[in-house]
Design a binder for this molecule. Structure first.
Ligand code: ZN
Length: 423
């Protein structure tokens, strides 16, 4: 369904003008509000209780389904994350996290401040149920009553958002971490309120390392700082989980040292691909091919896409800028991944930079010779490739930060393996 279809369905549901609904819907989508959330907001705005007119029933969390319009549940608050979104041109603060009872747990979004705290037991009367990434989620809004319960509820989940970096997944909210800042860089971005200073880099703990963004560019976030960070949310960025410090995140010094995991995680290609995307992993495999679009290439000066015969897919005829790149297929016997080498790594394997590549292409009157030279050097050899892995419908890409031929002779290794087996 496109925006038009959604607007039409919603307008007829609510009995209001389609164009008005469409304008509102587009406005919300422009501010990255997911379509389901946007529709829910508009239902509230145009005075629909949330879909169902029947009285909500009391339910166990495990029994909540997306077919239910509204439910009443009694649950313990596991986490409370605070975030601000832009709604109808205004900033709005929302609260997100998880609720649990004896039967299960469920995500929620609270559109009002119900003073929720982790560990509280509440009864949420008339909470809306919506579908979020295929699962039911609760919406606590104007029509929801939230009451505190005196009796405790024993739930099989940890209360509070404490997590390690290895445990977090995109979509987590209200997370608390103890990390060391490994790398940090100041950036100025064109935000929704004009130019904004942010910090981004890499944080680490005993379990893993992940990229982060501090949208408030806090002074405490400096290289080497050991920090306790409360109320962060996790998003997917270029296929890997990314930690986000919002305006509501609290950052404080940590009294202890964090024992940082400094090496990339070595994985088989299959394991890596099964993660669906991973930060800083390392695979070891044979280069079986160098794909088209490698060697000396031209990029669109507007968008950076590779141009074919001077044509950019988005910008038409452009004056392409020369660049070097390698897309090499790595096979370790469990699967294949495409290693993508930037200009510097490409220059290393090619044995020269842009000038040499241009010269070779001119001499041969064919720029494919650069890719051919690289092919001859690396295909059939074993390489250790380190980088960030992303997986999409077209396959798995490993954006390489290191690309090194393994020193050991495969024959030697086979002998060593045999010795091991014999022993
Ligand atoms: Zn372009």
């Amino acid at each position: 369904m496109n925006v038009d279809d959604h607007a039409e369905a919603l307008a007829s549901d609510l009995g209001v003008d389609k164009e008005e609904v469409k304008a509102d819907l587009q406005n919300l989508i422009e501010y990255s509000v997911p379509i389901d959330e946007a529709k829910q907001s508009l239902r509230r705005k145009y005075g629909d209780g949330g879909g169902s007119s029947s009285a909500p029933s009391t339910a166990d969390i495990a029994d909540v389904t997306t077919d239910m319009g509204n439910v009443t549940i009694t649950a313990k608050v596991l986490t409370v994350g605070k975030r601000s979104i832009r709604y109808q041109g205004n900033e709005q603060t929302i609260f997100e996290g998880e609720l649990a009872d004896e039967t299960g747990k469920i995500s929620y979004t609270a559109w009002n401040d119900f003073n929720l705290d982790a560990g509280q037991v509440i009864t949420a009367g008339n909470a809306g149920v919506r579908e979020w990434e295929g699962k039911p989620e609760l919406n606590l809004g104007d029509s929801t009553n939230v009451a505190r319960e005196e009796t405790d509820l024993d739930v099989p989940y940890e209360v509070g958002g404490d997590a390690t970096l290895a445990e977090v997944t995109p979509g987590d909210r209200g997370v608390a971490l103890e990390v060391t800042v490994l790398e940090v860089e100041n950036k100025v971005i064109d935000g929704r309120d004009g130019e904004t200073e942010i910090k981004s880099g890499v944080v680490a703990d005993e379990s893993a390392r992940l990229p982060f963004t501090d949208w408030e560019a806090r002074d405490e976030v400096t290289e080497g700082a050991a920090l306790r960070v409360d109320n962060v949310y996790v998003r997917e960025f270029r296929g890997v989980p990314s930690i986000n410090f919002s305006e509501f995140t609290t950052v404080g010094p940590l009294a202890r040292d964090v024992d940082v995991n400094d090496s990339a995680t070595r994985m088989s290609v299959r394991e890596a691909v099964e993660t669906g995307g991973a930060f800083d992993v390392e695979v070891l495999g044979n280069i079986v091919a160098v794909r088209d679009g490698s060697g000396l290439i031209q990029r669109c000066p507007e968008c950076g896409r590779v141009v074919q015969k001077g044509q950019c897919r988005s910008h038409g005829q452009v004056d392409g800028q020369d660049d070097l790149r390698v897309k090499a297929i790595v096979d370790d016997g469990t699967g294949t991944v495409t290693a993508i080498l930037d200009d510097e790594l490409t220059a290393e394997v090619y044995g020269g930079g842009l000038d040499k590549a241009r010269q070779q292409a001119r001499d041969a009157m064919d720029q494919e010779v650069v890719a051919d030279t690289i092919r001859e050097k690396i295909v059939g050899h074993e390489y250790r490739v380190r980088g960030n892995l992303s997986v999409d419908d077209y396959g798995a890409n490993l954006e390489a930060s290191e690309f090194a031929e393994t020193d050991d002779d495969p024959v030697d290794r086979a002998k060593a393996l045999l010795t091991e087996v014999d022993a």
